[in-house]
Design a protein around this ligand. Structure first.
Ligand code: HEM
Length: 490
């Protein structure tokens, strides 16, 4: 190549490098100009380089900022290039959740490209009037009366969990994997009216597909980061949040159930309520596609979260045999008083509820939530948020803050003795956009414990990690190395 050719290549490379540098560092003074405390970001990855390279979990990075800016009300983060305001002050978090809800009614959605990925047009991702209408339809599904009517389905799955554990080897159990089989059966049964058969058959196609949804191998992790932080690149590369076979499988199951229901079968479940809505003359257009995507979010939002909670809960109980014995006594006493595992027996288990709440305080499966500013809002005398400013609430950091929960690293269910929802507890979020499935999740977890503990003692085994360390590959809280425990028949 001639000298001028070499120079031309060098010039093009330099221009490209400069363009990348300019693109990735543009906006790095965003928080400086708004008088918000922040830490200088690095180009491209912002403040989350260690998370991109999977050296530190997302939660650990949030904890780092929370601890370093604890004396402030908020801190400005750069998630890749995107500036996000992380709230530190509890009152301000409550303002965002509830008091000024009209200014923060949307969540920062994973993807708005619902043409390409129709399953993402669901309650958790929806915004504005569409979200409000859908939430109005979904909320009654979780009323106490509906939960009571649905409980026999949960109890059936809990019984199958116990029978499965009596049959399988339980000397060294991969607890999250077993609990996911249980929660897959619960959600399949209560949300779609099908029996996924995950407990009876670990090779069940339903289970295989739901496992695929929650896979956290390296390529899935990178894809998720790309979707969150570089949405345009995600679209350009034609990447998808869930593989096409997962989409096709769940869409086909829901279509089959819809056909069944239209031929006269009726059930009191989520799908039926949406189907009923289709037949009313309301201004909301409930299409089959919307029924499908919103049934899908039940799987997505409910399955792993409940399984993770049960797993962390069993881990904590295995480490505290006295507490485990107290919980067992209460369960057995309630089962006897109410003639078996039913709704009334479970809601009488006060210690169980406290233990589950403390598990969720220490290890909230969803360690943070977000809101998108939907109308300009003055948060304090120094800061007015603009339309589309993203806000992050670090649930895990707030729940591990000694100012809200003294001795925060100690597992102590007695914190919840007077109030199951004390200030600072927000594992299900808060306000009009909080988790609609909280009560359902509590019943599922309590039923799981009520099935296991009277029959088995749960103990650490050789593979049990001495402490919980969050897996850097997952945004949802999971223990690195898994949760392995021994279940000894009593
Ligand atoms: C222990 C189990 C669970 C935990 C810890 C949990 C936690 C959460 C959290 C933190 C949020 C965000 C709330 C906010 O932004 O304020 C959320 C939203 C949501 N959860 Fe759950 N969840 C659980 C179980 C479930 C279950 C079982 C279902 C359904 C069957 C469910 C359905 C949803 C939905 C649909 C949303 C979005 C609500 C909206 O945007 O209006 N969750 N959950």
């Amino acid at each position: 190549m001639s000298l001028s050719g070499v120079l031309l290549v060098i010039l093009i490379l330099l221009t490209l490098l400069l363009a990348v540098f300019h693109y990735s560092s543009k906006g790095r003074k965003y928080w400086f100009f708004r008088n918000v405390p922040y830490r200088e970001p690095c180009p491209l990855f912002g403040n989350f380089g260690a998370t991109f390279t999977m050296r530190k979990s997302y939660t650990r990075m949030l904890q780092f900022f929370y601890d370093n800016f604890r004396d402030k009300k908020y801190v400005g983060l750069f998630q890749a290039r995107r500036p996000t305001l992380m709230i530190i002050d509890l009152d301000m978090a409550k303002t965002v959740y509830s008091k000024e809800f009209q200014c923060f009614s949307d969540r920062v959605s994973a993807s708005t490209d619902t043409q390409r990925e129709p399953l993402l047009r669901n309650l958790a991702n929806m915004s504005g009037a569409e979200w409000k209408a859908m939430r109005h339809i979904v909320t009654p599904t979780f009323s106490s009366a509906k939960m009571k009517a649905m409980f026999p389905l949960i109890a059936d799955c809990a019984q199958t969990l116990k029978n499965t554990m009596l049959k399988e080897s339980v000397d060294e159990v991969n607890v999250p994997s077993l609990m996911s089989r249980f929660t897959t059966d619960v959600i399949g049964s209560c949300a779609f009216g099908v029996d996924p058969g995950s407990l009876k058959n670990p090779e069940s196609p339903f289970l295989k597909m739901s496992q695929k949804m929650f896979k956290i191998d390296r390529s899935t992790v990178l894809k998720r980061y790309c979707r969150t932080f570089f949405p345009r690149l995600f679209k350009l590369l034609n990447l998808r949040s869930y593989s096409e076979d997962v989409e096709a499988f769940f869409t086909s199951i829901i279509n089959q159930v819809l056909a069944e229901r239209r031929s006269g079968v009726q059930r009191h479940d989520f799908l039926q309520l949406m189907l009923n809505e289709q037949n009313t003359n309301s201004c909301f257009q409930m299409t089959d596609a919307l029924i499908t995507s919103n049934s899908f979010i039940f799987m997505l939002a409910g399955l792993e979260t409940s399984a993770t909670t049960l797993s962390f809960c069993l881990y904590e109980l295995a480490r505290d045999q006295d507490l485990q014995e107290d919980v067992r006594k209460e369960i057995m006493e309630c089962l006897e008083r109410h003639n078996g595992l039913n709704y009334d027996a479970v809601i009488a288990m006060h210690l169980v509820y406290r233990v589950v709440a403390e598990t969720l305080r220490m290890h909230p499966p969803t360690p943070m939530t977000t809101r998108l500013c939907t109308a300009p809002c003055t948060l304090d005398e120094h800061l007015t948020l603009k339309l589309k400013d993203p806000v992050l609430i670090p649930i895990h950091c707030i729940q591990r803050d000694a100012q809200h929960f003294p001795d925060p690293d100690k597992f102590n269910p007695e914190r919840f003795v007077d109030d199951l929802n004390p200030p600072g507890f927000m594992a299900y979020g808060e306000g009009p956009r909080s988790c609609p499935g909280a009560r359902f999740a509590q019943l599922t977890v309590a039923a799981g414990l009520a099935a296991i503990l009277p029959t088995f003692t749960v103990e650490p085994c050789e593979r049990t990690t001495p402490r919980i360390q969050y897996d850097p590959r997952s945004v949802m809280l999971k223990n690195k190395g898994g949760i392995w425990l021994r279940f000894a028949p009593k």
